[in-house]
Design a protein around this ligand. Structure first.
Ligand code: OAD
Length: 225
């Protein structure tokens, strides 16, 4: 079966990585405009690098959980397109191949001047030089608010060709990802939500399974394999 899966922060919560909108969410001590916009980065690059250095270290110390591992198993049995809003690499470390990081990746660096991208060092600083153009214009390769998510053309196409769309651990607050269920549903896909709490766009799904991802995802994958 052709399946498109969208994961969000909830799938990595049980690996110890904080979600965004929970009461202990990462944004709590930082205003979104300060750490997740290009204006914030221009204003205080030291703060923004420190924020992503902290998240990069947390991701490195985390390990994939049963939900990441189950999705890797699913790939052996079905034609799966795995899209994630997460910037950690827990899907890859669980063994998933070809993970589509629509919001970028903590382990990549990007040059704001020439567009070159390369593997990020664990600690980035405003003084780092781009290895291609030698300018001190390096930034985390993260899609900030107001910027265009990556790989959208490929994602829309997968949604249109899928029989099943599954959203896992995402609150449905951030577009365009929050519009994927509606888009896939209109093109004939069945839409399933696996989440701890109902998402903002729960009405766009045909079915919902509530519970922690480390339990619901392996059970659901077990039914399909
Ligand atoms: P949120 O923090 O908005 O939502 C996390 C979702 O995961 C919520 O619906 C929770 O109920 C659910 N959840 C929490 N723990 C869970 C568990 N153990 N098992 C299953 N579900 C669980 O995170 P996202 O929806 O991923 O964008 O946020 C989307 C985007 O907002 C992020 O990619 C980020 C942020 O701004 C960028 O950085 C561009």
């Amino acid at each position: 079966m052709r399946i498109t899966i969208l994961t969000g922060a909830g799938i990595s919560a049980e690996s110890g990585l904080a979600t965004f909108r929970a009461s202990d969410g990462l944004w709590e001590n930082h205003r979104i405009e300060d750490v997740a916009t290009s204006e914030g980065f221009t204003k205080d690059p030291t703060l923004v690098h420190a924020f992503y250095n902290m998240r990069r270290k947390a991701a490195l110390d985390a390990v994939p959980n049963a939900a990441h591992l189950a999705l890797m198993r699913l790939e052996g049995h079905h034609d799966v397109t795995l899209v994630t809003q997460n910037v950690d690499d827990l899907h890859e470390r669980a063994g998933s191949r070809d993970v589509i990081h629509m919001h970028g990746a903590l382990n990549r660096a990007l040059c704001a001047a020439c567009g070159h991208d390369w593997p990020a060092p664990i600690v980035m600083t405003p003084e780092d030089l781009c290895p291609a153009c030698r300018q001190p214009t390096t930034r985390p390769d993260i899609v900030w608010f107001g910027e265009m998510p990556y790989h959208l053309e490929r994602i829309w196409q997968a949604l249109e060709e899928s029989e099943l769309f599954v959203a896992i651990g995402t609150s449905g607050n951030v577009y365009p990802a929050a519009g994927f269920a509606q888009h896939a549903g209109r093109r004939g896909a069945t839409c399933l939500e696996l989440n701890l709490d109902s998402s903002m766009n729960a009405d766009d799904f045909d079915r919902q399974i509530l519970g922690p991802a480390s339990e619901t995802v392996p059970r659901w994958v077990g039914d399909l394999c």
